[in-house]
Design a protein around this ligand. Structure first.
Ligand code: ATP
Ligand code: MG
Ligand code: MG
Length: 550
């Protein structure tokens, strides 16, 4: 019965389909609160909910859980839509908003009051907290707990009309102040917020709490399986209580483990802090674990979906290594990305026996993994750049690249040999004087002699100068969230900007978002914000070295 890619939520859905519990329907939802940008943790939930709908020919609703006017904005609504679409999912007809149900939710609340299941409490929020008790100590009833239904109806109506100040009173469910599950000790259902809402404007000044709004929104929309993260396990009892008391259609809440990813934080509150305090350059900074940051960095939707498949769905919290996400994007780009040559730290090389004022075109393979991607022509001439790190004047035993008197291959070009090191007035190496062997055109010697290294290079006269940004982990520790202050473990070297990099000339035409493998260096993509026509800025998506331990 165990199929690859199967998990406990699929087993629940399959059992429900078999028993006819929801008349064969599968309706899931992805319910973000529009109070920040989506991150890779949300991608896990998106892939799960939309993926289940696709697999079982059901539907998945995109629902904005917009019940808190204090923190929500239209900018976030728009970014969420863009990110879900970019990940490759489609929410069909329209999106849903909890705020569209404010009238219905109010009527449900009135029904609870009429049944004696809810009351208006005039304790302050501090008092409510004190009265609630602790795990070891039962709560005490509020002195307002036994208000009559008539009085509660009148007070709740006054709350709605704006006759009370914020904090003066709340509506609470009347459940059990001694419940072992503290959430069930008369939870707050409605509170007053004298604040304009981004969609309903001034219409409401009372707003429903998450636990009240969520189960009823699921119910109104005919959701069958309401999937949430494990922190809500204790809230399930309240979810069920509200729907049962109101005799409402009853979806099934199912909890799964949230994604934790190493060397980053996945909490909107912390991500907002990074943005507001300008530790990063906005929500879409390529170092951010946001969908928009990953997109700008050069990640593809396919790689993120593949990652979400591989991490699976379980009921136990764990930490996923960032190296797995990197592994997924490498796997894809290895098959799809065009190879090019670019020198990040240029060292000038003059080929003394190559004619001045001459150049030639050499043929280079675009992708050895995919013949259909064809070949391209790259210029070669007397003055070239190679990577500074590919030369050592006094090499240790295991260094096989260029050194005085040594011969190496230039990729797709010729063998060259280093004859002389030229220094500038500061004693720094300014250029290398080399010779080439015209017989080795294309990369092999007719006499069969071998070289131990093949270097990438770019012709100086033809090179495109560009800026390249190298990224490292945003945090220096695996789990920054468990530090007393996560800002203390920010990596000061998470961004290195290189200017004056020398790239093969064809890259002048690279379009925003285009992804390449710079041979021997890694995968890079054209930054969509900072590039100008003919002047691309490249972001390193990931290095070539795979550190994922299978
Ligand atoms: P945060 O803790 O970052 O504020 P949240 O849960 O408050 O996240 P919501 O906008 O409410 O953010 O999330 C929408 C959906 O995404 C919820 O169903 C939530 O369970 C899911 N989700 C959020 N973070 C993760 C995560 N790290 N892993 C898996 N699912 C997540
Ligand atoms: Mg939430
Ligand atoms: Mg939140």
């Amino acid at each position: 019965r165990k199929q690859p890619g199967s998990h406990f939520i699929k087993h629940i859905i399959e059992a429900d389909l078999e028993s006819g519990k929801y008349d064969g329907r599968v309706v899931t939802r992805f319910p973000p609160e529009p109070n920040g940008y989506l991150h890779i943790g949300h991608a896990k939930s998106i892939c799960l909910n939309f993926g289940l709908a696709l697999q079982y020919q059901g539907r998945c609703h995109l629902r904005f859980d917009d019940t808190n006017p204090m923190k929500e904005e239209m900018e976030y609504v728009e970014s969420i839509k863009e990110d879900v679409r970019w990940l490759g999912f489609d929410w069909q007809e329209r999106e849903y908003y909890t705020s569209d149900y404010f009238q219905q939710l109010w009527e449900f609340a009135v029904a609870l009051v009429k049944n004696g299941d809810a009351y208006v409490d005039s304790l302050s929020s501090d008092q409510i907290r004190q009265y609630r008790g602790t795990l070891s100590e039962p709560g005490r009833p509020s002195p307002y707990r036994d208000r009559s239904v008539e009085e509660n109806l009148e007070l709740f109506e006054k709350m709605r009309r704006g006759e009370f100040a914020e904090g003066e009173c709340v509506l609470r469910a009347k459940i059990d102040m001694a419940a072992s599950n503290i959430i069930m000790r008369d939870p707050t259902l409605y509170r007053i917020r004298q604040k304009s809402h981004h969609r309903t404007g001034e219409k409401w000044c009372i707003y429903p709490m998450y636990d009240f709004a969520h189960c009823l929104s699921d119910s109104i929309e005919g959701i069958t399986h309401s999937i949430c993260t494990l922190e809500f396990e204790n809230n399930r009892e309240l979810y069920d209580w509200i729907l049962d008391r109101l005799n409402a259609y009853h979806p099934q809440q199912i909890e799964f483990a949230r994604l934790n990813l190493s060397h980053t934080v996945l909490s909107k509150r912390k991500l907002i802090e990074l943005v507001r305090q300008k530790y990063v350059d906005g929500w879409d900074d390529p170092r951010m674990p946001t969908i928009s940051g990953l997109r700008r960095r050069g990640y593809s939707p396919g790689a993120i979906r593949d990652f979400c498949d591989r991490i699976g769905v379980a009921r136990r919290d764990s930490m996923v290594d960032l190296a797995l996400l990197e592994h997924c994007v490498r796997q894809e780009l290895n098959k799809t990305a065009m190879r090019v040559m670019g020198v990040l730290h240029p060292l000038r090389v003059v080929i003394e026996n190559y004619p001045e004022d001459q150049s030639e075109m050499l043929s280079a393979v675009n992708n050895p993994e995919d013949e259909s991607m064809g070949n391209r022509q790259i210029p070669f001439s007397r003055v070239l750049y190679i990577e500074r790190g590919d030369f050592m004047e006094d090499p240790p035993k295991k260094f096989f690249r260029l050194a005085p008197g040594r011969e190496v291959r230039l990729r797709y070009a010729y063998f060259i040999q280093c004859e002389q090191v030229v220094r500038d007035e500061n004693g720094e190496i300014a250029e290398l004087r080399c010779t080439y062997d015209p017989e080795t055109r294309g990369g092999d010697a007719p006499d069969g002699r071998k070289v131990k290294a093949t270097l990438h290079w770019v012709s100086a006269a033809h090179a495109l100068q560009a800026a390249v940004r190298l990224y490292d982990h945003l945090f220096t520790v695996e789990n920054p969230a468990e530090q007393p202050d996560f800002l203390e473990v920010l990596n000061p070297d998470s961004l290195e900007t290189l200017t004056g990099c020398m790239l093969e000339p064809g890259l002048a035409k690279a379009a925003a978002g285009q992804r390449y493998q710079f041979e021997r260096l890694g995968y890079f993509s054209v930054d969509p914000k900072d590039s100008a026509p003919g002047q691309p800025v490249f972001n390193r998506i990931v290095t070539l070295r795979d550190t994922w331990a299978k």
